[in-house]
Design a protein around this ligand. Structure first.
Ligand code: UDP
Length: 239
């Protein structure tokens, strides 16, 4: 069966790489994520990945401890590069070509991201792994995911979380919260449903980029999301 999407943007949070730990990279989780990504790539879908860095450093936490926010965010962005190198290498070990890119110039580490070059790599069959977020402080890798998806003309953003979609309230706090199958950008923003930050949703809304929210721990993994068989929520235009 032909894949449902030609090109996707997958957000891999730092949390997903840390596995059961709160810090660093858990090799088993890294390998499992890389395997799922490689399998999806082998099925013919072009994959761009934006990696987070919360498993290494978060700017907000650094700023709270007294580091100025711009410096703290630079540290956070460097953390995402560590994850990008680890994930790109792990995908290559699964037998699929992968290339890391950095939003900030660090030529001895990775090529600097340009949409033109990343798109060419995608067309050549590389899984591109984008580190460094947007390259700017005061943003998150969620916003970077939406931005890169738009720049790279992806069909959709896939955002894995701890729960299987967007709920009317935080399901960890209220067990009676209900899950949406589809929800509009305006509702997610208006109700402050906090699955991604507001800037990410606003950018997606203004450029009509759909976002699918699914559970990272779903047994069917990425394949289940791509085939539409797993539970998830699609955030898009209102009907
Ligand atoms: N960051 C940034 N600009 C960006 C993306 C990320 O300054 O465009 C910094 C910010 O300090 C953030 C850290 O990098 O806390 C790690 O990214 P994020 O928190 O989005 O990672 P995740 O929660 O997905 O692991």
């Amino acid at each position: 069966m032909a894949p449902a999407y030609k090109r996707i943007l997958l957000k891999v949070s730092g949390e997903a790489l840390a596995g059961d730990n709160s810090f660093g990279i858990e090799p088993q989780f890294l390998q499992e994520i890389a395997r799922q990504i490689a399998d999806a790539a082998k099925s013919g879908v072009q994959i761009a990945i934006v990696v987070g860095g919360g498993n290494i450093f978060r700017g907000m936490a650094g700023a709270a401890d007294g580091t100025d926010r711009v410096t703290a965010d630079l540290m956070g962005m460097l953390g995402t590069m560590i994850n990008a190198l680890a994930l790109s290498s792990a995908i290559s070990r699964q037998g699929v070509k992968s290339k890391p890119y950095s939003a900030a110039s660090m030529p001895s580490v990775a090529d600097t991201f340009t949409a033109r070059e990343a798109k060419a790599s995608l067309e050549e069959g590389y899984v591109v792994v984008l580190g460094g977020g947007t390259g700017n402080p005061f943003f998150t890798t969620d916003t970077a995911s939406t931005l890169r998806a738009i720049e790279l003309e992806c069909d959709v953003v896939l955002k894995g979380t701890k729960v299987d979609g967007v709920y009317s309230e935080d399901p960890m706090q209220n067990p009676h919260a209900t899950r949406y199958d589809t929800v509009s950008y305006d509702e997610v923003i208006g109700k402050n449903l906090r699955v991604m930050d507001t800037a990410a949703f606003a950018l997606a809304r203004d450029n009509n980029m759909p976002i699918i929210v699914y559970a990272l721990n779903d047994e069917a993994g990425l394949a289940g999301v791509l085939s539409g068989t797993s539970r998830s929520t699609r955030v898009g235009k209102s009907n």
